[in-house]
Design a protein around this ligand. Structure first.
Ligand SMILES: Nc1ncnc2c1ncn2[C@@H]1O[C@H](COP(=O)(O)OP(=O)(O)OP(=O)(O)O)[C@@H](O)[C@H]1O
Ligand SMILES: [Mg+2]
Length: 218
């Protein structure tokens, strides 16, 4: 379990604190959705959890042990908003193998299957993939690192409706194996999930005490 306690972030370049006394718990099998308007601190929260920035106050615990930035970078996989902007490989195969010199075929196949890209042509350029396939590729790149915690920043942004549905189904599956934290301004898309729901406003995070909707019919 991941637990944030009294976490505050005030970057030197920011006028005001960006995150204020954040408390959050995330468990396996129960994704956390953090909703919040633009500028509320969602991306900053992802950056702190993943060890890309250091909070001024508070602690982050993993399985009841406090963990530092370096440990968090190892534990976390992040998919940033519009991850397709950051592809570095010339081909899909190269993109997947970056940082995994000894990647074996079986591991690669397993991850591609998980993200629904089993039949992908590894020689294609990432830019030739559809929007949904590019998101799947970005997820696959992170899953190859075998992260315990998966952080997704606006995973459905900019996708059309049918593709959004596919990505949501994929994420629901991943949540069974990873601690999953999604920050989004489209929280209503996740309303049929068994989630822990939080609302972030001006750096203040509050749990949303709505009961999960058990009607799974579409
Ligand atoms: N390093 C920094 N220096 C100065 N200001 C910062 C820094 N990091 C974040 N901020 C400020 O903190 C606030 C929250 O930013 P953040 O990007 O986390 O919001 P967000 O909720 O992700 O917004 P969006 O939905 O638009 O992506 C913004 O006002 C931003 O300008
Ligand atoms: Mg953001």
């Amino acid at each position: 379990m991941l637990e944030l306690k009294g976490l505050s972030l005030h970057p030197a370049t920011a006028e005001k604190p960006v995150l204020k006394g954040i408390n959050l718990k995330a468990h396996y099998g129960k994704p956390v959705i953090v909703a919040g308007p633009s500028g509320s601190g969602k991306t900053s929260l992802v950056e702190v959890i993943s060890g890309l920035s250091k909070p001024q106050k508070g602690e982050i615990n993993w399985k009841n042990n406090q963990i530092n930035e370096q440990q968090r970078r190892l534990l976390c996989g992040i998919v940033f908003q519009f991850p397709e902007r950051y592809f570095l490989g010339l081909t899909v195969g190269q993109e997947l193998r970056l940082g995994h010199r000894r990647l074996n075929g079986a591991d690669l196949e397993l991850v591609l299957k998980k993200v629904g890209l089993s039949d992908i042509d590894l020689k294609k350029a990432p830019e030739q993939l559809s929007g949904g396939q590019q998101r799947r590729l970005a997820l696959a790149v992170q899953l190859l690192r075998n992260p315990s915690i998966l952080l997704l920043d606006e995973p459905t942004a900019g996708l059309d409706w049918s593709v959004r549905g596919e990505i949501l189904a994929l994420l629901a599956n991943l949540a069974k194996e990873q601690v999953l934290i999604v920050v989004t301004h489209e929280a209503e898309l996740f309303k049929n999930w068994m989630i822990s729901s939080y609302q972030l406003n001006e750096g203040v995070l509050l749990p949303v005490n709505a009961l999960p909707n058990i009607d799974k019919k579409r």
